[in-house]
Design a protein around this ligand. Structure first.
Ligand SMILES: [Zn+2]
Ligand SMILES: [Zn+2]
Length: 203
């Protein structure tokens, strides 16, 4: 499902058969009710064929696979031994997190500060102005939804955190389905303000 070498998720496409997309091509994530062990998410993604399709992703694939935790086996060319790439990459990710770096981050507007997040906290994504990605995220700390404008690598590359992100300067309404429409409209509004992200920086 997750292709660790290419950093993409593989899905079925009704017209092309198979396809693969980066996390930033996801458009909506909904946790399936009653699927706690393991949790599963229904995702909608923008396919290279031009359509939007639905697929299923497990919690592990969302949050841990991009960190290399299910990369499988590899051949070590120096020793010609077969190793477990998943374990080694996972250790590296774990040590970076312990050193205070975060694989993904959000600027929480209600709290007025950056917060670490995992992709399972992402809710809505859409293409924004000038190649940016609009991201509506449920903050794991305060449970409210903030909208950030970020670069694609901020979403797709673990530990790549934009130094500055656009933050929509109001809290979207309480009607969840109304937010979906409001979200895409607001991405092209002038309601964004640049905020510095201090996650992962020293000092
Ligand atoms: Zn397709
Ligand atoms: Zn928050």
């Amino acid at each position: 499902m997750y292709d660790a070498l290419r950093g993409r998720y593989r899905f079925a496409c009704p017209t092309q058969g198979r396809t693969s997309v980066a996390l930033s091509a996801f458009r909506r994530l909904d946790r399936l009710p009653g699927s706690s062990h393991p949790a599963a998410y229904r995702v909608t993604f923008a396919c290279p064929c031009g359509g939007e399709h639905a697929g299923l992703v497990s919690h592990d694939e969302l949050d841990w696979a991009p960190l290399g935790l299910s990369a499988g086996t590899f051949v070590n060319l120096m020793t010609s031994r077969v190793g477990d790439a998943g374990a080694e990459l996972g250790d590296l990710a774990a040590s970076r997190i312990q050193a205070g770096e975060w694989p993904w981050s959000l600027f929480c507007f209600p709290e007025g500060r950056p917060r670490p997040v995992f992709p399972s906290a992402f809710w809505l994504l859409a293409g924004g102005p000038r190649g940016s990605v609009g991201l509506a995220v449920r903050c794991p700390s305060c449970a409210r939804v903030s909208v950030n404008l970020v670069s694609a690598p901020h979403v797709d590359v673990p530990f790549h955190n934009d130094r500055e992100v656009g933050v929509l300067e109001f809290v979207l309404g309480a009607d969840l389905e109304a937010i979906v429409d409001e979200f895409r409209t607001e991405l092209y509004s002038s309601g964004f303000d640049a905020r510095r992200m201090s996650i992962g920086e020293t000092g």
